[in-house]
Design a protein around this ligand. Sequence first.
Ligand code: SF4
Ligand code: FES
Length: 379
Amino acid sequence: MQTAGSASNGQTNPLWLLAELTYRCPLQCLYCSNPIDYAKYQNELTTEEWMRVLQEGRAMGATQLGFSGGEPLVRKDLVELAREARRLGYYSNLITSGIGMDEPRIAALKEAGLDHIQLSFQANTPEVNDYIGGAKTFERKLAMARLIKHYDYPMVMNVVLHRQNIDQTEEILQMAEELEADYVELANTQYYGWAKVNRSQLLPTREQVERAEAIAHDYQERFKGRMKVYYVVPDYFEDRPKPCMAGWGSVFLNVAPDGSALPCHAAHQLPGLDFPNVRDASLHWIWHESPAFNAFRGEDWMKEPCRTCPERAKDFGGCRCQAYMLTGDAANADPVCSLSPQHDVVLNAIDEDQVVPPAGQLPMFRSNKNSRQFVESGV
Ligand code: SF4
Ligand code: FES
């Protein structure tokens, strides 16, 4: 088996394989990062096809495996896939809302060798949690959190922050403490997928972001050694972009439910790129040879100001998907960057979207019906 590191052509191998097992989900989160036209991805990979993807990924050196979705618990073969992941030597992580889990299932996943479970909450109260997720799930999530502890998993709690829950950051951390969380990720919404559609409902103010960050830092100090708190700032409020995916086609390989292989979860939307499918090609060919995975490697694709910027080796020009969504060209600098000539689109979004949404503007929950509308309108 080839180990992680440099392949024969000098291109690094994938280290992180994200298996988006399904886009089906019992929740309807306003900020879901799945594609808004997910309804057209019906043809999910079979168990055997996923097994082959896991095997090929591991043979290329991937060591971290995420089972994600949608809600991966919807898949009946999750225990089988977790068992195969253990056999292959992955460190496997289930990224879940907890809905679809019960005691026999968590016992089976533990026995199969699943290493890690990351449980999401939408908020610290049933009212807000159930509103944002579009489903009554709060009490079941609490029960799930206790089961995770009972089965001796580290309790990893994830809460996506936005205007409608960010002022409860302290209460969210108190809930994490009560649930004896080992890790808490407070991740401000990133504006992809459904979150981009609902940005005017979700974008917080700079003051809200700063207040929440101060509370998170206070908890980081006070709970050192007991509960690790991560606070991820929304990149709209930064003046340099994130080094998205640690660079396109660098360490991260995403396989969508229908087998499309992508360098990130949001790449479907980029025009002019033909993303290969694991049903038609080997992961090795996809990673090393496919035009889509090579499109934004290196620096030849960069335009000014990135092309000559001394910071380009640090952030790779930011996020290709954000550059496309906000400027119409994926090869532009991510406009989060204050050096980008289009930086004003981010500043204007903060000015326009952080106020109460214009009258009559309603949230668009992630749902099959809403997604089909996007498919029909060709968005
Ligand atoms: Fe990064 Fe490009 Fe901005 Fe330089 S100009 S800091 S490379 S996004
Ligand atoms: Fe696609 Fe950043 S999410 S490159």
